[in-house]
Design a protein around this ligand. Structure first.
Ligand SMILES: NC(=O)c1ccc[n+]([C@@H]2O[C@H](COP(=O)([O-])OP(=O)(O)OC[C@H]3O[C@@H](n4cnc5c(N)ncnc54)[C@H](O)[C@@H]3O)[C@@H](O)[C@H]2O)c1
Length: 291
């Protein structure tokens, strides 16, 4: 029995080796074959090879997980974020995965700065294939207590920032006849949330912009989609009281908060050729919270 199992695994290994043109590690004399399986898995993960991706808010949280995922999948990643120190730390981690990424200190609320940054990326790398509009903030308060300033700050980053980045980058995508735009919405943009008038307005607005741009740019080879995360374990959620976090978990049928990687994975899928017939949609990644 053991003999047959060994034989079958050896045949599989030889098949994988020829199919994916792999070299066996020196210490791997067909056994232990699990090393090779890991290698096959790693070498198959190249879904964004040759693509240039701009990821806003890529210094931390979900954006950081996306930067690392995209680097692993063969993309050249340019991080746009306000936080220089964290951005450079993320860049250093990405460089360990694969070389050739970049960090630029960009405030997405400033159209002129965004346009200059987009032009600089194209000047350096020749193209921008993927835009992940991920930067976002919260300034929570009930309507009764929300100030005009809190309202405006969230509109500026979550809505105008998304507009600015798409406005600056789509002309380059149109020129190439190729583009993927992924806008980050939220479960609360679909269902509303107590104390988040400003945030909910922006996250619902992002879905509207996604559908509009999918119509405007579909014939030009640009696919536009939104992702609506549930509650994800990042600084944004960590800032909430423990009681609220526990309540979120208990309301989620999968009984946990999402991880930044849960969202990075869907960004990657939507940016890859596997999603080439998906546009104008909003995908919920929320552990069934929205049921
Ligand atoms: N964490 C969650 O539970 C959750 C749920 C639903 C949606 N989202 C959305 O996911 C996205 C990422 O959230 P996160 O939880 O990783 O947050 P985060 O606070 O960890 O990261 C947000 C990043 O955006 C950057 N940023 C903020 N304003 C910017 C600006 N004007 N220009 C450039 N960069 C700016 C920040 O510096 C930060 O690095 C946001 O759009 C958020 O609304 C998060």
């Amino acid at each position: 029995m053991l003999y047959y199992s060994f034989l079958i695994d050896s045949v599989c290994i030889l098949y994988y080796k020829s199919a994916f043109n792999l070299t066996l590690p020196e210490n791997n004399k067909l056994y232990p074959y699990c090393n090779l399986r890991e290698q096959v898995k790693a070498e198959k993960m190249n879904r964004l090879s040759g693509r240039v991706a701009v990821i806003t808010g890529g210094a931390s949280g979900i954006g950081k997980a996306a930067v690392l995922k995209f680097a692993q999948e063969g993309a050249r990643v340019v991080i746009w974020d306000l936080q220089t120190e964290k951005g450079k730390e993320t860049l250093a981690e990405a460089e360990k995965i694969s070389p050739g990424h970049d960090f630029m200190e960009v405030n997405t609320t400033q159209l002129a700065a965004v346009e200059a940054a987009a032009a600089a990326v194209v000047e350096k790398y020749g193209q921008i294939d993927i835009l992940i509009n991920n930067a976002g903030i919260t300034r929570d308060a009930t309507l009764a207590k929300m100030t005009a300033e809190q309202w405006q700050q969230v509109i500026d980053v979550n809505l105008t920032g998304v507009f600015n980045c798409a406005k600056a980058i789509t002309p380059f995508m149109v020129e190439k006849g190729y583009g993927r735009i992924i806008n980050t919405s939220s479960v609360v943009g679909l269902y509303g949330n107590f104390g988040q008038t400003n945030y909910v307005a922006t996250k619902a607005g992002v879905i509207g912009m996604t559908k509009t741009w999918a119509r405007e740019f579909g014939k030009k080879g640009i696919l536009v989609n939104a992702v609506a995360p549930g509650f994800i374990a990042t600084d944004m959620v960590a800032a909430m009281p423990e009681k609220v976090i526990e309540m979120m978990k208990s309301k989620t049928p999968l009984n946990r908060l999402g991880t930044p990687e849960d969202i990075a994975n869907i960004y990657c899928f939507l940016a890859s050729d596997e999603a080439s017939y998906i546009s104008g949609t909003c995908i919920s990644v929320d552990g069934a919270l929205s049921l």
